[in-house]
Design a protein around this ligand. Structure first.
Ligand code: BGC
Length: 251
């Protein structure tokens, strides 16, 4: 049985992909990155994926897992954050299957990052509830309970004082408002304290590009729950998506 799958991570600004050994989570090819096409329409994104896959070694017949910034139920994208509204209610599994002519399984981007941590990373030996948060354009969340993913938690949109808190605490807010690390960390403190009060997790894992700079903000947070950076920094989405595709494909 082949242990390979293609993992693709679609974000608001970039689309990344590679071939993954789903047993170890290791990337078996170079990681390719293309800019997300302006407007993020399904057709334009499918074209970019076709281009990206052409670069990969022997992609024929490999299942493709795609993670995407939306609630995804049975392959249907139910929302659209930072991409075209055409995605809402779209059977994305079917669309990509038709466009890429191979088996495709789509899942939420933070869930993919969560799976990568559960299978290959910081949550692999953790019992109880792990909350994986990705701090990027938005805030993505994945709930992992005793190693199992509970999909489609949308806790980035937690309302605090009537405000959808991803607009305050995502990394994009730090950049947009030119916040210092200390100013941004104050907001993270409010956010993680609220999550902690509602869910009493056993571990927080922080992913997203900014987790490379975790030294700048994680030590400033005062929480009851341990909080650690993601193990699989930039490739978590790719790894989790590939794992998801393989898990849903029988060969
Ligand atoms: C979306 C989530 C997504 C997160 C990270 C949020 O705005 O609602 O579905 O996981 O951004 O991309």
């Amino acid at each position: 049985m082949s242990k390979k799958a293609i993992g693709i991570d679609i974000g608001g600004t970039g689309i990344k992909g590679a071939v993954v050994d789903v047993k170890s989570g290791k990337l078996l090819s170079e990681r390719f990155r293309y800019p997300t096409p302006e407007g993020g329409s399904p057709k334009a994104i499918a074209n970019t994926l076709r281009e990206l896959i052409k670069n990969l070694p022997n992609p024929q017949g490999l299942p493709v897992g795609i993670c995407f910034p939306a609630v995804v139920k049975n392959g249907v994208t139910m929302s659209a954050a930072n991409v075209s509204r055409e995605w809402i209610g779209l059977d994305a599994d079917r669309l990509f299957q038709r466009e890429l002519k191979t088996t495709v399984h789509v899942l939420n981007d933070a869930d993919a990052a969560g799976l990568a941590e559960a299978k290959y990373g910081s949550a692999s030996k953790q019992k109880g509830l792990v909350i994986v948060t990705t701090l990027g354009t938005g805030i993505g969340t994945a709930l992992i309970y005793n190693g199992k993913l509970i999909p489609n938690s949308e806790l980035g949109h937690l309302e605090i004082s009537g405000i959808d808190y991803e607009t305050k605490a995502a990394f994009s807010a730090k950049e947009r408002e030119n916040l210092t690390w200390a100013q941004w960390t104050k907001r993270l403190q409010t956010y993680y304290t609220a999550l902690e009060a509602l869910l009493t997790p056993d571990l927080f894992i922080v992913g997203g590009g900014v987790s490379k700079e975790h030294d700048q903000f994680l030590p400033l947070l005062k929480l009851k729950t341990p909080i650690v950076p993601a193990f699989n920094r930039n490739s978590a989405g790719i790894m989790g998506a590939a794992y998801w595709a393989k898990k849903h494909t029988t060969d």
